[in-house]
Design a protein around this ligand. Structure first.
Ligand code: NDP
Ligand code: F7E
Length: 308
């Protein structure tokens, strides 16, 4: 990418899109284009067709999506499938029609089979059944990977797919029901500390393991791969380290400074037992994360408090 290349960040107000925006600004890119969902509904084929024909971006980061935690995925199953297919179909197809030089599609670690061997290697895709709570979202993301590859095969488009692990960071979604686990725990422990509550309740058994990457690290990886990676298929982005949800809860409790007890609501789903990324391919390309989990949680907690 040249410093004056026209770069469209789809989803620039989201946690990931805003981190990519900050990274590009820091690197000196001057021609970044953005639209909010109110200005451009990416599910709408005509709006997206008109936008690409008018703007003709050189590069696209596709970080717009319907996103949420385990309960949101399981509750809004129709929207997680429909919105995500519409958004990515419209963007990828119109990128092709308008000669976009390179596009990055963001998937998720939930594309891998529920019981896949650990750590998750890229070639485990489509080797077994998916986790039911997020199957609609995962099916959309798998379609996105295949769409990038199909446009590469048939038309020679340089569209790449990256699969981030679970993310957290600045501009995260702190909705009590619909968010992912880390922002949910930050909020719940903070509110319990403020109110003097005796107990905080964690969803599920606490035994599932998850891997967490700070969104600014993800943005660094996306930028690095946009510059250096030009292959079909997918590349995992993660830290290569995971933690049990129970241990994560104790870590957040300590960072927030809540002094009460923790209990577990086992009526809530656990989801996939474990999804640890194999990051050998990413490291082989020369990129490694820098922000470790305790430091990242402290940064996210400060961001959360600054927006109260
Ligand atoms: N968060 C996570 O843990 C993970 C996220 N990912 C992937 O990273 C990407 C970004 O996720 P994240 O930043 O967390 O999500 P956010 O929910 O923070 O942001 C999503 C963005 O998408 C935009 N968007 C949603 N629907 C539409 C629409 N119909 N039209 C236009 N824009 C729309 C929103 O725009 P607006 O603000 O203008 O409404 C929003 O800024 C997604 O592809 C997600 O699947 C992958 C792995 C883990
Ligand atoms: C990124 C990823 O995000 C989603 O999958 P997930 O990894 O299961 O994400 P999660 O963050 O919501 O939960 C992680 C674990 O944590 C437990 N948990 C405890 N207490 C809370 C809690 O309070 N909130 C939430 N959300 N989870 C909690 C929860 O029960 C689960 O065992 C996908 O749908 C899919 O969209 C996707 O790609």
């Amino acid at each position: 990418m040249d410093k004056n290349s026209k770069i469209y960040i789809a989803g620039h107000r989201g946690m990931v899109g805003s981190a990519i925006y900050r990274k590009l600004q820091k690197e000196g890119y001057t021609n970044i284009i953005t639209r909010t969902s109110a200005e451009l509904d990416l599910r709408d084929q005509k709006q997206v067709t008109d936008f690409f024909a008018a703007e003709k971006p050189d590069y696209v980061f596709l970080a717009a999506a319907k996103v949420g935690g385990i309960v949101a995925n399981n509750t809004y199953r129709a929207e997680f499938l429909y919105d995500n297919l519409q958004i990515q179909n419209n963007i990828i197809h119109n990128a092709h029609l308008n000669g976009v030089t390179k596009l990055m599609f963001l998937g998720s670690s939930c594309i891998y089979p529920k019981m896949a061997p650990q750590p998750l290697e890229e070639d485990y895709l489509l080797t077994g059944p998916l986790e039911p709570t997020n199957e609609p979202y995962a099916i959309a993301k798998i379609a996105g990977i295949k769409m990038c590859d199909a446009y590469r095969d048939q038309y020679g488009c340089n569209y790449i797919s990256v699969m981030p692990t679970n993310l957290y960071g600045y501009n995260d979604n702190y909705h009590p029901q619909n968010s992912h686990v880390l922002p949910a725990l930050i909020r719940r422990f903070h509110e319990a500390k403020e109110s003097g509550a005796a107990t905080v309740t964690i969803w599920g058994t606490g035994s599932p393991k998850r891997e967490f990457l700070f969104a600014d690290d993800l943005a660094e990886a996306c930028y690095y791969l946009m510059e250096h990676y030009n292959e079909p298929g997918l590349v995992n982005i993660g830290t290569g380290e995971d933690i049990a949800i129970k241990d994560l809860a104790y870590l957040v409790k300590d960072i927030v400074g809540f002094e009460g007890d923790i209990d577990f609501d086992t009526t809530k789903p656990d989801g996939t037992p474990r999804k640890l990324m194999d990051v050998g391919k990413l490291h082989g390309y020369g990129w490694k994360h820098t922000i470790e989990l305790p430091e990242g949680i402290k940064l996210a907690y400060e961001d959360f408090k600054s927006k109260l």
